[in-house]
Design a protein around this ligand. Structure first.
Ligand SMILES: Cc1cc2nc3c(=O)[nH]c(=O)nc-3n(C[C@H](O)[C@H](O)[C@H](O)COP(=O)(O)OP(=O)(O)OC[C@H]3O[C@@H](n4cnc5c(N)ncnc54)[C@H](O)[C@@H]3O)c2cc1C
Length: 538
């Protein structure tokens, strides 16, 4: 039994765990990989913070709200931008070696920002942040469950009671009771092909909360990275591509109209004129950047046999991030007592309809700090739920049933079918016909999933069984994304509908919430909080 259980050992989960512990809570951190192999490690660029001369949290907030098509909740954005300075101060104190110019931070201007406010550690920002946070977790004595997969969050009455975990090494199920559970499982990148996903990105936390009846928010906003190296998942750094001079497809420059679209959509349209969906990205590579991009250079060379200094890379857009997630309040609390969410699986409404590079990390770190502390406060004076093996037994029986299935559909093939349909119909460019086709594919895959089995009956490290679980979680997220995208009949930020190509101010004033109701997604609306700036004002 713990006061707080955190599910996920990425940047958001570790930050939440450290801060819940700092408030005196007993904390367990459960993660299916070692935290230093979490997806957060891939972050190459930086963390936005308004620390430069002449910059201010207010200017940062205003740019964030404009970029997000006025769909971000403004008080939340305000607090994230204000909290940036102490997050940086804390990380600095813990030992993150942000690049400096003498005593001052060497700030980088990331695409979409008018001001240099990106703190970076060469092209290894994610790597160093992950290591430093992991050190804090180890130092604090937080109980670590590494290589444990959470299969479900559980409730008693209207409050959370804990999680059911699968110990990968032994194949045993266990119930871990908690007064509060913080979901920090990352986003569902594996729902799309192509994407920048690693094996661990199935957005499990979104599905756990959705199945418990918690609403999801802003699920229609799926952001693609414009420049992902051909035949790979390597997103070419936003810092590097900020200097991109032009994008061409088969030598053709993009048109002016295309250039006005978000960069990923322009790249996709231009790529459609090429043979393999790729465009050539031409940029000026300043020799001074060689050391700064040492890692990226090595990876580009290993993956494509090219060098950054060549100044030209074959790239294509790939799904990079879901901007929505489990609907949470200012302190990360969901609609279910004691259930919280942070990082990429949370719909914190910071980004609105488009996320600025550098704001993802900032949002994860600031909201996770606040949430960790709020979860610890929530547990004060509450009793522990009674110990029970009931949920672990239930999971064991479910797995046995799946193991007994013979010759059902292949889970990997089903996921691929789903991911291809999501990219084609619920990706960069959407319309009503395509979204309805996506819905049909989801239904077909969900039906097949009911009879799908796994090829190995091994108890330990049964990855086939993990992929089975993953597909179930991805299907839930897919349902919610498509329902939300179909309901938003306008174009805004990364949600681009060819049948409704312009923004509609009335729809733009509402978030979409998706709740699982009698087995289907039901979409409702909630007004966007616009206390400071209106779309009509500058
Ligand atoms: C290539 C790339 C570059 C990026 N660069 C930047 C950047 O420069 N600036 C920026 O602001 N943002 C950037 N981002 C976004 C940023 O990385 C993410 O927003 C952030 O890392 C999310 O962290 P997280 O902790 O929510 O998720 P993750 O890092 O994905 O962590 C999720 C954790 O949950 C665990 N987990 C998942 N499911 C389960 C389960 N069922 N049971 C137990 N554990 C589970 C995983 O093992 C993992 O430990 C980048 C993203 C990518 C992909």
């Amino acid at each position: 039994m713990f006061d707080v259980v955190v599910v996920g050992g990425g940047i958001a989960g570790m930050q939440a765990a450290v801060h819940a512990h700092s408030k005196g809570a007993s904390v367990a951190l459960i993660t299916r990989t070692n935290p230093t192999s979490s997806y957060s490690i891939t972050i190459q660029d930086g963390l936005n913070a308004a620390l430069g001369p002449g910059d201010s949290p207010e200017a940062h907030a205003k740019e964030t709200i404009h970029a997000g098509g006025f769909l971000a909740d403004q008080a939340v954005v305000d607090s994230v931008c204000k909290d940036a300075s102490w997050v940086v101060e804390e990380l600095d104190r813990w030992g993150v070696p942000f690049n400096r110019d003498g005593a001052a931070y060497d700030l980088t201007r990331l695409p979409g920002s008018a001001t240099a406010r990106g703190l970076i550690a060469d092209d290894m920002t994610g790597h160093v942040l992950t290591q430093v946070l992991y050190e804090q977790v180890l130092k604090s004595g937080i109980k670590l469950y590494e290589e444990f997969v959470v299969e479900e969050a559980t409730t008693e009455g209207s409050a959370v009671s804990g999680v059911v975990v699968l110990d990968l090494a032994t194949g045993r199920f266990e119930f871990i009771g908690a007064k509060a559970v913080i979901l920090a499982t990352g986003g569902p990148r594996r729902l799309y092909e192509p994407s920048t996903a690693s094996l661990h990105c199935s957005g499990d936390g979104i599905a756990f909360a959705y199945r418990l009846g918690a609403p999801l928010v802003d699920m229609e906003f799926v952001q693609y990275h414009p420049f992902v190296l051909k035949n790979s998942r390597l997103a070419v750094s936003e810092v590097l591509t900020a200097t991109a001079e032009r994008v061409t497809a088969s030598g053709e420059p993009i048109t002016e109209a295309e250039a006005a679209l978000p960069r990923a959509i322009a790249a996709a349209i231009a790529g459609g004129r090429g043979e393999d969906g790729c465009v050539a990205l031409e940029y000026t590579f300043d020799k001074g950047l060689t050391n700064r991009f040492f890692n990226t250079n090595q990876r580009v060379s290993g993956l494509a046999g090219l060098k950054l200094a060549d100044g030209k890379l074959p790239v294509r857009p790939a799904m990079h991030r879901l901007l929505g997630g489990v609907a949470v309040n200012h302190e990360g609390a969901t609609s279910i007592g004691g259930l919280f969410a942070v990082g990429e699986c949370a719909g914190a409404t910071v980004h609105g309809a488009y996320g600025l590079p550098g704001n993802f990390l900032l949002a994860s770190l600031t909201t996770a700090r606040r949430t960790g502390r709020a979860a610890a406060d929530y547990t004060g004076g509450r009793p522990y739920m009674p110990e029970t093996d009931r949920m672990a037994d239930h999971a064991e029986n479910r797995r046995l049933n799946i193991f007994r299935r013979e010759g059902g559909p292949n889970v990997a093939a089903l996921r691929k079918e789903l991911a291809a349909a999501m990219h084609q119909h619920a990706g960069l460019v959407r319309d009503a016909t395509g979204l309805s086709q996506a819905s049909q594919t989801i239904e077909r895959v969900a039906d097949a999933y009911k009879t799908a089995g796994v090829t190995s009956r091994n108890q330990d490290y049964n990855f086939g069984y993990l992929h089975y679980l993953e597909l179930g979680n991805l299907l839930d997220a897919a349902q919610a994304i498509v329902a939300s995208a179909a309901a938003r009949q306008e174009s805004r930020g990364v949600h681009y509908r060819t049948d409704f190509p312009t923004a509609d101010p009335n729809q733009g004033a509402q978030h979409h919430l998706v709740t699982l109701t009698s087995g289907s997604p039901a979409v409702t609306q909630r007004p966007v909080e616009m206390s400071r700036w209106q779309p009509s004002t500058n």
